[in-house]
Design a protein around this ligand. Structure first.
Ligand SMILES: Nc1ncnc2c1ncn2[C@@H]1O[C@H](COP(=O)(O)OP(=O)(O)OP(=O)(O)O)[C@@H](O)[C@H]1O
Ligand SMILES: [Mg+2]
Length: 156
């Protein structure tokens, strides 16, 4: 069985997460067949239960203010365009939009989906880029049971 058959790609839609997506595409050469794309939201104006699935549990939208609904619909669209892009590469793709603690939810989807590898950026949208790793990547490395591929910078 290929080592990296099923890969989780975690994105905050930052430039470095986009670079990480290039690696997700290239991993096909290492036997990758399926990609699970994950984005986690922790900043809605209403508290939701930890781990709420914002793609499957559509009924929660009704309790959210319109700004949140629009924000979430935009995120779903962004996830869908990544899905289409990867499907063009003949990969099988699943998307998750989760609510809750960001690293905790990434690791929990990785466990549930039994992925062989997590791919993510060293940094994201945070501003403390002088640090080697952002807080999300640090915690995912700490908690994940599978290998984690950290993409550090755009190749020159
Ligand atoms: N909300 C999120 N959902 C999914 N993946 C995320 C999310 N936030 C960050 N990531 C992933 O983690 C990588 C590292 O981002 P991280 O948030 O750790 O760095 P940062 O934003 O620079 O720092 P910090 O958030 O600690 O201020 C990103 O490139 C992306 O792959
Ligand atoms: Mg961040």
């Amino acid at each position: 069985m290929p080592l990296f058959k099923k890969v989780l790609y975690s994105t905050d839609f930052s430039p470095l997460a986009e670079v990480a997506l290039e690696y997700v595409k290239k991993l096909k050469e290492a036997g990758e067949e399926e990609v699970v794309v994950v984005h986690v939201v922790d900043d809605l104006s209403v508290e939701l239960p930890e781990g709420t699935d914002l793609i499957k549990e559509k009924e929660v939208y009704k309790i959210l203010p319109e700004v949140d609904q629009e924000y979430l619909l935009d995120l779903v669209e962004r996830l869908n365009s990544i899905k289409e892009l990867l499907e063009k590469e003949n990969l099988k793709v699943k998307t998750y939009l989760k609510y809750g603690n960001i690293p905790k939810q990434i690791v929990s989807v990785a466990d549930e989906e039994k992925v062989n590898l997590i791919v993510m950026g060293a940094h994201g949208k945070g501003l403390l880029t002088e640090l080697l790793l952002g807080s999300v990547s640090t915690d995912v490395i700490r908690e994940a049971k599978c290998p984690v591929l950290i993409v550090k910078r755009r190749e020159e």
